[in-house]
Design a protein around this ligand. Sequence first.
Ligand code: ATP
Length: 439
Amino acid sequence: MQKIVSLCKRRGFIFQSSEIYGGVEALWDYGPLGSLLKNNIKQEWLKAFVQNREDVVLIDTPIIMHPKTWEASGHLKNFADPLIECKNCHSRFREDHLIKKECPNCGKKDFTPSKQFNLMFKTFLGPVEDESHIAYLRPETAQSMFTDFNLARESMRLKIPFGIAQIGRSFRNEITTGNFIFRSREFEQAEIEYFVKPGEDEKFFEEWVDAWEKFIIGLGIKKENLRRYEHKKEALSHYSKRTIDIEYKYPFGWSELTGIANRTNYDLSQYSKFSGKELIYFDEETKTKYIPFVIEPSLGIDRLLLALLCDAYQEVKGGRTETTKSVKEIEVVLKLDKKIAPIKVAVLPLVRNKPELVKKAKEVYQLLKPHFICQYDEVGSIGRRYRRIDEIGCPFAITVDFETLEKEDVTLRDRDTMKQERVKIKDLVKVLKEKLEEK
Ligand code: ATP
């Protein structure tokens, strides 16, 4: 894990937030490459579940909702973890996260009785800080999909089964943090509330577990690093009839990457009760009214990004480039899928002390820039530069050499096969587009 964390810092993927002040626990900044990577993952999610489907619409709603929301959803009462405190050093822990009943800080075994600690961050709406102005930062994006149920359905004339999707930030005041971006206090979720006819919920639940897993594998995660975990009946959340987590084999062990829950008609019933507005569906064909059931696939974008980085990380002993002299030396290559790689193409002049090569390479860079996220690099030997771009998972590199000046062609290197081919400059955009779209 330490290797991933240090690569992320060194190469501009992820930084500790507010690092100049020593950082803030469980908050992370996405750097220049990390933001591009994260954005690509979100775009792929939107493509898979909104663009390519006819039954899912997207919404984008505020982090702060009406405070009544959290009463209706049950979060005020139930969204809590068991907190215990070491009587010796006063460190606090999540009880179910302690493997041995022993304080990880001082080793003593004397704890206070556990109490339920609500994970929602509290704030005030407006300038008056009293009970009646308390608001909460959402701990999940899901609730707006219920409060907007009528509005989205009516405005888009949606017929069951249909889904409302959202990607956005969520906040949880986690008791124990750690494992890099796996458990943060601010993170991003991509969720869908998929409304179905009661009785058809079990079939759709199965379909969504498969679709969710297929999407994750399609982004490049190896199947053998994923497994399903079915929640035991007695451990289900208050709203759930059935929950399956898809777990990933992170370097720190198998842990939840994403979860799919059958939330029944709990949420729509609760919101109808608390708001006084009927959140029901009228079936035109059978002329009947019912409260839809809902299947909720919920994905943490940060946990997915971490899994993708871990899965793509490879060390090659003896090296891949001519810069590696010793068989013991290790080169890192990040085999990110082309779809999500932050930089798609690197443009490199063979040497930088030949102005005509530099000029030509910059022309090629300008030609490609409107089409792809590119990087220009002229510093260091060509082997060293290949090494640098392999480390950030850039799938293609273009080298401008002396032949380019005569023949108007360049060398195109493929990160995975290491094959090099000559391509005419005039064909570069077309060839790269085809290669980037190849499965
Ligand atoms: P855990 O058991 O790990 O605390 P959870 O079961 O409470 O997670 P859910 O409420 O099901 O998580 O949230 C849906 C998804 O949101 C999770 O599968 C995960 O990908 C993501 N997620 C939840 N909490 C965090 C967090 N603190 N940091 C990053 N991602 C999170």
